[in-house]
Design a protein around this ligand. Structure first.
Ligand code: ZN
Length: 264
């Protein structure tokens, strides 16, 4: 599932493709992605508008249009945006498409989602899914005191609390797993038992991991070439630091890999 660094990369691409462009045509053709409104009314709300900016908060993107309309995009499990020649035929999972013109250059920007767990919402003003998000570590920075105050209210394992989108927006399984390894903190630690000293290690580790992944994604350009991970997806393999076999536990239904020696 795309996490903060993946979605930020998409935001930068969308901004490069669409900033200042007029959406000359919008074809949705997929009732599931744009529900509860119909594809026709989705298209009607945004067709003819000019793209002013593309923002991101956590795993949500917000395409801002003149006239006040906004398109919110969540990539779900497999969502992505691509740019095509206007005449390029729609591939099976390329919908909706936004045909855009800027300074005489025409291109078609299309949402692609093989498993279709993503969402697209056309609205005026912000939607609850956007406003209810906690601070975004990249856009807002992480305020360790505010984060600590939220964590003390919960007995959940620290890793699960970090993945709560109202605690920090954009942190998913990969970022939480990698940051806790980097910080040498056991992912099962109850949130409210985290000391200020440990919290500051976790905060720094999250920031460092976000920068590392974002840089790797910006450099390589393709999901298949995404950065390699120290622990995520490596259960049973030797820890890169100490050589001990990495352990696997299930926390709140999510698989979690960690080093039982380094992360105490
Ligand atoms: Zn280790």
């Amino acid at each position: 599932m795309p996490e903060l660094p993946d979605v930020e990369k998409v935001r930068r691409e969308l901004l490069a493709w669409l900033a200042g462009a007029i959406l000359t045509d919008v074809r949705a053709n997929d009732a599931r992605l744009v529900r509860p409104i119909t594809p026709a009314s989705f298209a009607r709300r945004i067709r003819g508008a000019r793209v002013v900016d593309v923002a991101r908060r956590g795993k949500w993107l917000r395409i801002e249009l003149d006239g006040g309309a906004r398109v919110f995009s969540h990539l779900g499990m497999t969502g992505d945006w691509v740019a095509r020649e206007l005449a390029a035929p729609d591939e099976p999972h390329e919908r909706p498409r936004f045909d855009a013109v800027r300074r005489g250059t025409r291109r078609s920007v299309r949402y692609v989602d093989a498993r279709r767990f993503g969402r697209l919402v056309a609205a005026r003003g912000d939607i609850p899914e956007w406003t209810e998000l906690g601070p975004d570590p990249l856009a807002d920075g992480i305020d360790a005191r505010a984060l600590g105050a939220k964590l003390t209210r919960s007995a959940r394992p620290l890793k699960i609390a970090l993945m709560d989108q109202t605690v920090l927006a954009g942190v998913g399984n990969i970022l939480a797993t990698e940051a806790l390894f980097r910080a040498k903190v056991d992912p099962r630690t109850p949130s409210r038992a985290v000391s200020p000293k440990v919290l500051s290690r976790v905060t720094r580790a999250l920031e460092a991991e976000i920068s590392r992944e974002l840089e790797a994604r910006t450099r390589c350009g393709h999901e298949e070439e995404a950065p390699s991970f120290a622990v995520y997806g490596r259960a049973g393999e030797p820890c890169l630091t100490c050589g001990k076999a990495l352990a696997h536990v299930v926390l709140a239904g999510r698989g979690t890999t960690y080093c039982p020696r380094c992360q105490r």
